[in-house]
Design a protein around this ligand. Structure first.
Ligand code: ZN
Length: 500
C-alpha cells in the first residue's frame, strides 16, 4: 500500500468516527433523549458535525484527494476507493467554491427555517413562514450557483438526490403517469368503497411491536445486523458497519399504518444490510441515490406488502398476535390496505394518489425555480394544483403547502425521488416475474425471502456503485426508464379490486 493511501485511509477513519458520533447522537435524540437532555445532545451534534465538516473541507484532505487522483496512484486503488476518491474530490471542489460567510449564513438560516416552519404549521400561518421560505429559495439557488456555476440550479438540486436524472426526463415520466393516474382515480372514485369500520378498535401496543418483529424477520431483515426503536416518525439509519436501525411509531387505534411503515423501513434496511463487504467504509456504502433507496422500501411495502398473496401464509398468525383480525376476512383486509381515496396529506396517501402528491410538488418546484413564481403566490398555486390533480382543495395551509418539512430544510429537488422509486418498481417487478415467475405464486407459497435474495444479488450488493438509471438499465436490459410497467401494474390491480 502506498504511503499516500495509508494516510488517506487514516484520515477517512477519523472522519468516520466523527460521522458515527453524529449518527449515534442523532439516533439517541430521536428515540431516547428525555426533554431536558435535548439541548445538550443538540449541542454535541453541532460540535461533531463542525469537526467533521472541517475535516472534509480541510486543505490536507484536498491534497490527499489530489495525490490519489494521479493515474499512477489511482489505477492501483480498489474499485470502492476509486469511487470514494472521485466523488469526494468533486464534493471537495464544490464546497471550496462556497464562500465561508455565505455557508455560515445558510446553515444559520436553515436552523431558523425549521423552527419557524414548525411554528407556522402549528398555527396554520403561512405569512409567518413566507419570508424565511423566500430567503431559503434565494439562498438555495445561490448555493447551487456557487457549487456548479455552469449548471441550472434546479438541475443541480435534482442531481443531489438522484444522480443522472434531469427535469426533462422526470417531466416525461411524470406526464406519462399523470395521464394514466387521473382517469384511473376518477374510475376508482366512482366505484364502491370498502367498509373501513370493521377494523375500528383498540390494538395492544406490545402485540403490534411483536408483530413488527415477525414481519421484519419474514421479509429478511437481519436482527444480528440491526435493531429497532420507536420515534415520532419512522426512519432508517446506519450506525457504522453492521448496524442498521429502523424506527416505527405505534398507535392503539391504527395497527395497519405501523405494519406498512415496518415493511417500508425494513426495505430500506435490507438494502443497507446487504451491501457487499468489499465496499464497507467506502463511498459506495453511502447510498445517496434517493430514488433507488425509495424503490427498495416501496417495493417491499407496495409491490409485495400490498399484494394479497403476501398475507395468505401469515394472515392466521396475525390473528394470533391481534385477535381482532380473526373477525376480519382476508378479502376485506386486502381491500382496506388498498383503499384508494383522494386525501390532503402526502404521507397518509395510498399507492395511487401518492404519485399525484409528488407530481404536484415537482410542478411547484418548477414554478419556483423555473418560472420564478413569487413566494406569496405559492399557497394559492398549491391549492389550485390539488384541485386539478386530486379534485380536492385544502381548507388550511397546514393541510396544504405547510405540511412537509422538506423545503424548510432546503431539500428542494428531493420529492421526485419518491415517485421515481415507484416507477423503477414497476420495471423491477416486471423483470422479477420474467426471471422467477409469478410473484403471486411465490408470495402465496411463503417464499418472499427468495425475492429478497434476488434483490440482494441484483441491486443491494452494489450499494451506490451505479446510478439508478444504470441499475435499472442493467437489470431490465432496457436503455430507457419507463412509467409504463408501473401504470400497467396499477390498472390491472385496481380494475380487479374495484371491479371495472
Ligand atoms: Zn422511505
Amino acid at each position: 500500500m502506498s504511503e499516500t493511501l495509508d494516510r488517506f485511509l487514516e484520515y477517512r477513519n477519523k472522519m468516520r468516527q466523527y460521522g458515527l458520533a453524529v449518527s449515534m447522537l442523532y439516533w439517541d435524540l430521536q428515540t431516547a433523549t428525555p426533554k431536558k437532555g435535548v439541548e445538550c445532545k443538540t449541542e454535541a451534534i453541532g460540535f461533531f458535525s463542525t469537526e467533521s465538516f472541517k475535516l472534509s473541507t480541510g486543505e490536507a484532505y484536498g491534497k490527499l484527494l489530489e495525490a490519489l487522483s494521479r493515474p499512477e496512484e489511482f489505477d492501483l486503488l480498489t474499485r470502492g476507493i476509486q469511487v470514494t476518491v472521485t466523488r469526494e474530490k468533486e464534493e471537495y471542489t464544490r464546497y471550496k467554491r462556497i464562500p465561508q460567510d455565505f455557508y455560515t449564513e445558510l446553515v444559520t438560516l436553515t436552523a431558523k427555517a425549521s423552527r419557524v416552519w414548525e411554528e407556522a404549521k402549528k398555527n396554520n400561518d403561512f405569512a409567518m413562514f413566507e419570508p424565511v421560505l423566500d430567503q431559503m429559495i434565494q439562498m438555495t439557488k445561490q448555493s447551487a450557483k456557487y457549487q456548479e456555476p455552469d449548471m441550472d440550479p434546479y438541475e443541480f438540486m435534482l442531481s443531489r438526490y438522484e444522480k443522472g436524472m434531469d427535469t426533462k426526463q422526470i417531466e416525461k415520466l411524470f406526464e406519462e403517469l399523470k395521464s394514466g393516474l387521473v382517469p384511473l382515480l376518477a374510475k376508482i372514485k366512482a366505484a364502491a368503497k370498502p367498509d373501513l369500520s370493521a377494523l375500528k378498535g383498540e390494538y395492544d401496543l406490545n402485540a403490534q411491536r411483536q408483530w413488527q418483529e415477525f414481519l421484519l424477520k419474514y421479509i429478511g431483515f437481519d436482527y444480528e445486523g440491526g435493531g429497532v426503536a420507536e420515534a415520532e416518525h419512522p426512519f432508517t439509519t446506519s450506525l457504522g458497519t453492521g448496524d442498521v436501525r429502523v424506527t416505527n411509531h405505534f398507535y392503539t387505534d391504527d395497527p395497519i399504518n405501523a405494519m406498512f411503515s415496518a415493511i417500508h423501513e425494513g426495505g430500506h434496511a435490507i438494502f443497507e444490510q446487504n451491501i457487499d463487504p468489499a465496499f464497507w467504509n467506502t463511498a459506495v456504502a453511502n447510498i445517496d441515490l434517493m430514488g433507488l433507496h425509495e424503490s427498495q422500501s416501496r417495493f417491499f411495502e407496495n409491490m409485495l406488502g400490498r399484494n394479497k398473496n403476501f398475507w395468505i401464509p401469515i394472515y392466521e398468525k396475525l390473528g394470533e398476535y391481534m385477535p381482532q383480525f380473526k373477525e376480519v376476512p382476508l378479502d376485506l383486509f386486502y381491500r382496506v390496505i388498498n383503499d384508494v381515496r383522494p386525501s390532503l396529506i402526502r404521507t397518509a396517501a395510498d399507492e395511487v394518489t401518492y404519485g399525484l402528491h409528488v407530481i404536484l410538488r415537482f410542478e411547484m418546484e418548477k414554478a419556483i425555480f423555473g418560472e420564478g413564481v413569487p413566494t406569496s403566490r405559492l399557497p394559492e398555486l398549491w391549492n389550485e394544483k390539488m384541485e386539478e390533480l386530486l379534485g380536492i382543495r385544502p381548507e388550511t395551509d397546514r393541510e396544504g403547502i405547510l405540511q412537509d418539512v422538506h423545503w424548510s430544510n432546503g431539500y428542494f429537488g428531493y420529492f421526485p425521488s419518491y415517485l421515481l422509486g415507484s416507477i423503477y418498481d414497476g420495471m423491477i417487478l416486471a423483470q422479477l416475474e420474467k426471471e422467477m415467475g409469478s410473484v403471486d405464486q411465490i408470495l402465496k407459497e411463503g417464499r418472499v425471502k427468495e425475492i429478497t435474495r434476488w434483490l440482494n444479488e441484483r441491486i443491494h450488493k452494489n450499494g451506490s456503485l451505479y446510478t439508478s438509471g444504470e441499475v435499472i438499465g442493467n437489470l431490465c436490459g432496457e436503455g430507457e426508464i419507463s412509467a409504463k410497467p408501473l401504470m400497467e401494474y396499477f390498472n390491472k390491480k385496481y380494475s380487479e379490486l374495484y371491479g371495472f
